[in-house]
Design a protein around this ligand. Sequence first.
Ligand code: NAI
Length: 300
Amino acid sequence: MSELRYDGRVAVVTGAGHGLGRQHALELAARGAKVVVNDLGGDRSGVGASAGPAQEVVDEIKKNGGEAVANPDNVATPEGAQAVIQSALDAFGKVDIVVNNAGILRDKSFKNMSVEEFDAVIAVHLRGSFLVSSAAWSHLREQGYGRIVNTSSPAGLFGNFGQANYSTAKMGLVGFTKTLAQEGAKYNIKANAIAPVAWTRMTEDLLPADFADKLGVDQVTPLVAWLVHESNEDSGEVYTVGGGRIAKIFVAEGPGYGQNTTLSVEDVRDNWAAISAAEPLTVFKNVGEQMGPLIQQLTS
Ligand code: NAI
């Protein structure tokens, strides 16, 4: 079987100074991509900054014979995100691949969560992914090629105690990914999202320690690398990945209930079983398709 290569491709990986992003950057560089290693270099909660982590990953890539440049900017600001993409243009003349991976945690039960804790997490994960993608978008469109991976989370898709800020950002990234996939389709820009599980500084006190060695970051990167490869044709999808397992996650709609007379609250009560039914499920490609059953009912 032929090896998947990224020769001639330029990849930007945000938050690549540690954990998952570092592994994505190392793997893409080892397979021929030129990589911008972005990392603000703060602690797990996003406090502080240091150019060290990004530079260390660049040094490692170069030692292994690869090509990379470090970028220490903050993806959560428009100037920082612009500078991340500008690093790729300055060093390598273009950008083909964007992996939005940078993230922080400010966990608190909802009762105790401050506006600052909410905003800080939204800013890095959701706003950061928007800003970096936005800075890259015109370049991807003009060249008629792009691959974007956004980093969501099972906590966003299914909810998690103490993570109202984080789960909001991570589910937001699903909608963002699906819209980018639709807007990017005619320019050969594919956008997908991952919901990973891996043992990093972000999760080392949250995941069961027994599984630490099986939940390596190297068990997530192969999916990311596949999604940003030119041979990947899928777009707008979400996958959970970790510990050697990958599964596609669907946003799906049940069969539902409809009537052609004005709906009352009693109608809702009396038809609750049909409204709540989970079989058969339909996965729609876009909101136009999702309107299908309603249009059918309105015209029947
Ligand atoms: P990590 O803490 O090792 O890596 C995150 C990196 O992002 C750090 O190096 C940090 O300095 C950088 N960063 C933070 N704010 C930044 C900013 N404003 N600008 C630039 N860089 C910034 O954590 P990990 O686990 O590798 O997380 C990577 C991504 O994966 C995050 O988005 C996280 O939410 C997501 N994720 C991780 C899971 C896991 O099990 N490790 C589970 C679900 C999602």
